[in-house]
Design a protein around this ligand. Structure first.
Ligand code: IMP
Ligand code: MG
Length: 179
């Protein structure tokens, strides 16, 4: 792939300190309750691993595979579960961890899917949130950063599978992207 021209948007230090803060906010909200932290693959694996290591409560990990975009830049509006949880969540407190909330369709679909399994409570956390792109009435419980309606990569977020390993969040120049 032709390398994209990127502008750094949120650097490593800012990410680390906000993620630590978010973990503290979540720890406080849980009031000592154990939680099943659900990593929504693939985008949130980097954020998730930093977040759970800063949470001071009993954490069990589980993973959900979810696909909505394919290789395109715009949400297809269709969300598919590509991998399901290993354990049941009935009566349990669940923390759903996303990389980014854009239209909100993925998070709404996932919350509805998990609600149907009768958990005690579902909390939602997302590193990034694009309020201007939101098409649902969803509001995550914990947000790292609100960003404008730009396409970003890095720290787990990809473009066509690339740039997940970039240690910071960068904005992609719009004219380089397919539509
Ligand atoms: P939503 O369903 O529109 O909220 O989109 C959520 C999913 O789309 C995220 O989990 C990401 O995988 C992907 N996505 C949305 N915006 C971006 C972006 O700016 N960069 C990379 N992936 C994105
Ligand atoms: Mg993606």
């Amino acid at each position: 792939m032709e390398p994209l021209s990127l502008t750094k948007m949120i650097d490593e230090k800012k990410i680390a300190s906000r993620v630590t803060e978010m973990a503290q906010e979540i720890t406080k909200a849980l009031k000592g309750e154990p939680v099943i932290a659900v990593c929504v693959l693939k985008g949130s694996f980097v954020f998730y691993s930093d977040l759970i290591r800063n949470m001071e409560t009993d954490v069990r990990t589980d993973f959900l595979g979810c696909s909505s975009y394919g290789n395109s830049m715009k949400s297809s509006g269709e969300v598919r579960l590509t991998l399901d949880l290993t354990h049941g969540i009935e009566g349990k407190t669940v923390l759903l961890v996303e990389d980014i909330i854009d239209t909100g369709l993925t998070m709404s679909f996932l919350t509805k899917t998990l609600e149907a399994r009768n958990p005690k409570k579902i909390l939602t956390a997302s590193l990034l949130f694009k309020p201007k792109a939101l098409k649902t009435d969803l509001k995550p419980d914990f947000i790292g950063f609100e960003i404008s309606n730009e396409f970003v990569v890095g720290y787990g977020l990809d473009y066509q599978g690339y740039y997940r390993n970039l240690p910071y969040v960068a904005q992609v120049k719009q004219k380089q992207l397919d539509s």
